[in-house]
Design a binder for this molecule. Structure first.
Ligand code: ADP
Length: 160
């Protein structure tokens, strides 16, 4: 049973993330999608809200677990009996950051491997910030995020 951990802010989850999860399931037996906070970003949704949206969006996928973590990701991965971190890759712009993180994680723990998965071309330009911006200004994001996310975004931003 090979388990991989897919960490991210998922603020909120997009169809790009879901595509990465589905592709990862072709390689690994189980994926733990884990919500963490990026110290450089103030999240729009609470950890619980982000987990709820992820759970709803992955409920039809077998062998996907949703969790949250704080602290060192490497410790979390090991505690789950895994040594694999999944990250999604979009454009060249992701590469510098992801390359540095993956190598740094390996310096700290040589047992950990980071596996990069390329999303479907259709989602290459997609990120959570753009989704929030579009919704804030009344634009439509259907087809780019799961239905539950669309509803939560509308509810959150219509109050502003
Ligand atoms: P973080 O703040 O940790 O980067 P994100 O939720 O923004 O968390 O992203 C989690 C992971 O998913 C990252 O590896 C990111 O590159 C990847 N990702 C985000 N959006 C997409 C997308 N549209 N296609 C493929 N991978 C993506």
């Amino acid at each position: 049973m090979k388990t991989a951990v897919y960490p991210g802010s998922f603020d909120p989850v997009t169809n790009g993330h879901i595509d990465v999860i589905k592709r990862a399931l072709k390689i690994f037996d189980k994926i733990i999608v884990v919500v963490g906070d990026n110290p450089g970003k103030e999240p729009a949704f609470t950890t619980e809200e982000r987990m709820e949206m992820l759970k709803e969006s992955t409920k039809d996928l077998k062998n996907v677990e949703v969790d949250s973590f704080s602290g060192l990701l490497l410790d979390y991965v090991k505690n789950k009996g895994s040594n694999i971190i999944i990250r999604g890759l979009r454009a060249v712009s992701d590469f510098d950051f992801e390359f540095q993180r993956a190598l740094m994680n390996r310096v700290v723990d040589n047992e950990i491997e980071t596996v990069f998965i390329m999303t479907k071309e259709h989602y290459v330009y997609l990120n959570s910030s753009i989704i929030k911006e579009i919704t804030m200004f009344g634009g439509k994001v259907n087809g780019l995020v799961p239905k539950i996310v669309e509803e939560k975004l509308k509810a959150k931003f219509s109050k502003i």
